[in-house]
Design a protein around this ligand. Structure first.
Ligand SMILES: [Zn+2]
Length: 138
């Protein structure tokens, strides 16, 4: 296997996304809200993709609450470094504010299902890169 082990999806830190990454380092999820049309916007951008207004996006802090929109259990390790981690679950979570996030779902003793209430949990990934996990809400 290659020595180039990916540390996570989306580890390049664009200027537009810097508030998101700084929020994750502090344990919170930041997202953009459009002051012109009221839509929650994620991923970070310089203009609203719903109404195309520039300079109307403001950063807000998410409640961290969401529900599982879809998920998949990884059985085959994506890299050699993940061999001891499988099986694990990746999924898309619909956040309470109306945007979607991708991350690992760590259900503990519970069984993951679509519609399951979860909360975001920032964790330190490989090489200190912050990652987003989701755990059961209760
Ligand atoms: Zn808008």
């Amino acid at each position: 296997m290659s020595e180039n082990i990916p540390v996570s999806v989306g580890t390049s830190r664009s200027q537009e996304a810097e508030p998101y990454w700084q929020g994750l380092e502090q344990g919170v999820v930041k997202f953009q809200h459009c002051g012109a049309c009221g839509q929650a916007v994620f991923y970070p951008r310089t203009f609203c993709p719903y109404c195309m207004t520039e300079d109307a996006l403001e950063w807000r802090t998410s409640s961290g609450s969401g529900t599982v929109y879809t998920y998949s259990e990884l059985i085959q390790p994506p890299t050699e470094a993940d061999r001891d981690r499988v099986p694990y679950i990746l999924g898309i979570v619909e956040m309470a504010e109306g945007f979607y996030l991708f991350g690992e779902i760590v259900p503990g003793e519970k069984r993951v299902d679509v519609g399951m209430a979860v909360r975001a949990l920032a964790v330190e990934g490989r090489n200190g890169v912050p990652l987003l996990n989701f755990v059961p809400a209760d």
